[in-house]
Design a protein around this ligand. Structure first.
Ligand code: 3HC
Length: 304
């Protein structure tokens, strides 16, 4: 009965156990997971655009091969995540439709332009670095298929982060022009990377419920702080400066004090008013339309 099923859901969550697709679950738990997993998947797919623009411009065959592998990985992450969302009873087509009609979103970070080759290094170091900080806890998320998808994704993200960090280290220890290009990229991507973690805890609509249900394990601000603390020593090794004059170690807090990102800008970008939102969505729609013949052929083949 509904009562027994709900008790077992509550009992599983209370015992920090995994919820599997066949388990009874509250509609709001299901809907919240579809929302988060779908938007995570959309982020992976849209995230291929900023980096994809540089595959044909990579400065060496080695860098091109690494970037190709990374962008292909992101497509794979999208597929794992759409597959995880499908276990909740939604179809990939439906989720695609929600993205294309603007009723579902993707991460704000991909609405910023990649202006130079150094941006590819900074995306690996900061954006994939932030993704790791946010996604490692998701490996312990209460919903089984999502947590299991995260384990492989996190392994691949570590490669993404290392290749970006190594690329930046090469530039930062190269010619003055290369060093300057690396510093300029850090200056442009630092605050948007901090904003990736979401609004401040006090303005987060989903955190309280998401944490009660063991989906979100740490709050937006906790993970943002963890990310800042991780980046400071890495920037020192790179010999690059994080663009925050108020960034400093606080002995009593045991963390770095830092200037928060512009949350009004985050909300504007989330609502569609970022530098590249229109371009990203136009590209996504064109890719969807250009791919319709593949979907029709696959459907015709399946019907045979
Ligand atoms: N970009 C876009 N929307 C954002 C956002 C961001 N950076 N941060 C928050 N939001 C949205 C939320 O989706 C929510 O809107 P909605 O109700 O329409 O979905 C609203 O702002 C309020 O934020 P909340 O804090 O209440 O929302 P969440 O509890 O969902 O927390 C989150 C936001 C931390 C991003 C969480 O959804 C999450 O952990 N998602 C999974 C990780 C993810 O999606 N990462 C995307 C990064 S890209 C990536 O990993 C690819 C890698 O290869 C670089």
């Amino acid at each position: 009965t509904g009562i027994t099923a709900t008790r077992s859901f509550d009992a599983l969550i209370a015992a920090d156990q995994r919820i599997e697709p066949r388990d009874e679950m509250p509609d709001a738990y299901r809907a919240g997971l579809v929302r988060q997993i779908a938007q995570h998947a959309h982020s992976e797919i849209i995230g291929m655009q900023p980096e994809g623009a540089w595959i044909s411009r990579a400065p060496s065959l080695r860098r091109k091969a690494i970037l190709l592998a990374k962008v292909q990985d992101e497509a794979g992450h999208g597929l794992y995540l759409y597959a995880a969302a499908e276990t909740l009873g939604v179809s990939r087509d439906e989720l695609e439709g929600l993205l294309l009609t603007g009723r579902q979103k993707y991460s704000s970070i991909f609405n910023y332009p990649t202006l130079t080759w150094a941006d590819i290094g900074v995306i690996g170091w900061l954006v994939d670095g932030a993704a790791i900080v946010n996604q490692v806890p998701l490996c312990r998320c209460s919903y089984g298929p999502y947590a299991r998808a995260m384990i492989r994704i996190c392994k691949e993200e570590s490669f993404h982060q290392r290749q970006g960090y190594e690329l930046l280290h090469t530039l930062a220890h190269g010619s003055p022009a290369q060093r300057e290009m690396a510093q300029d990229a850090v200056d442009r991507w630092w605050y948007p990377s901090l904003a990736m973690f979401g609004p401040p805890d006090g303005e987060s609509t989903h955190s309280a419920q998401s944490m009660k249900w063991g989906v979100k394990r740490f709050s937006n601000d906790e993970l943002r702080q963890r990310f800042v603390d991780m980046c400071v020593p890495q920037a020192e090794v790179l010999g690059l400066t994080l663009p925050d004059p108020d960034l400093r170690w606080s002995e009593e807090r045991g963390h770095h004090d830092f200037t928060p990102p512009d949350f009004d800008e985050l909300m504007r970008v989330v609502k569609g008013d970022g530098p590249c939102n229109a371009q990203r969505m136009a590209h996504r729609r064109a890719a969807h339309d250009n791919g319709s013949w593949v979907r029709e052929a696959a459907a015709a083949h399946a019907a045979k």
